[in-house]
Ligand binder design. Structure first.
Ligand SMILES: Nc1ncnc2c1ncn2[C@@H]1O[C@H](COP(=O)(O)OP(=O)(O)OP(=O)(O)O)[C@@H](O)[C@H]1O
Length: 231
């Protein structure tokens, strides 16, 4: 569904991805792990057309590298960036409206679906988004992206700064997305949640993939964890 081949990425003259190969199959949850600075966020941003790259990024067999972010979003890839990217002065409901794709096709999600899945947002639908808690803002960012009806959603550190109980809730939501047929590329630093919900993991180090395997293979590989994941 998504296939990266020999992907390089650059911030100006700074070369930060060095030949990344990776794929995500339909309905899969794939974790992208690594320490700070290993290149995980840059990989997601390059897929989304937000960072310059060369090599190949194929989405359903079409080359998308070089396309603009809005075209990539329109083609079915959603991106939830690390900073909770809400409009603080707009209400929860207005924030969700901004995510709507606005195409004639019947979207997978309605406001009712969204509020059913995230009752906390329904309760707060008329509240200004800026006063929500960190966890609620995270959910709102996720929901706004879902309103664009993606088939693959890339989520950067969704559990950053959240209390353990909320982290569990986020994990449940991600599993629910999978049940609804959406693929998830989860950019994470926390090994526990990644191992719990993903079917495959990639570990990055110095802008390259240094490990690819199942959660149980990663659990069993103490050397990789020590060299590339543990602080
Ligand atoms: N806007 C930028 N300009 C220049 N270099 C950048 C920029 N953003 C990231 N980098 C560099 O690119 C490399 C990869 O960063 P990236 O953000 O992809 O790492 P990461 O694994 O997602 O970790 P983090 O959680 O810290 O974002 C790092 O060396 C980082 O310093």
């Amino acid at each position: 569904m998504l296939q990266l081949k020999d992907l390089h990425a650059f911030y100006g003259k700074s070369h930060v991805l060095h030949g990344v190969n990776m794929d995500v199959k339909p309905g899969e949850i794939v974790a992208l792990l690594g320490r700070n600075g290993s290149g995980r966020s840059t990989t997601a941003k390059t897929i989304m057309g937000l960072v310059d790259g060369h090599g190949s990024v194929k989405w359903r067999d079409q080359e998308i590298l070089g396309k603009k972010a809005f075209q990539i979003a329109h083609a079915g890839i959603g991106y939830v960036p690390e900073n909770r990217d809400i409009f603080p002065k707009l209400t929860v409901h207005q924030n969700l409206m901004l995510g709507e794709k606005g195409t004639a096709k019947k979207p997978r999600w309605s406001f009712d679906d969204m509020y059913q899945m995230f009752p906390r947002l329904k309760e707060r639908q008329h509240t200004e988004a800026g006063v929500l808690s960190g966890g609620e803002q995270q959910m709102l960012t996720l929901c706004r992206t879902l309103m664009g009806d993606p088939d693959l959603i890339m989520i950067d550190e969704p559990t950053e700064g959240l209390a353990p109980k909320i982290v569990e809730l986020v994990a449940e939501y991600l599993k629910e997305l999978k049940r609804r047929g959406i693929s998830v590329l989860l950019v994470e630093q926390k090994l526990t949640i990644a191992l719990e919900i993903s079917e495959r993991c990639y570990v990055m180090g110095h802008g390259q993939v240094v490990f690819e395997g199942t959660p149980s293979q990663l659990r069993a590989d103490a050397a990789i964890r020590k060299e590339w994941l543990e602080v």
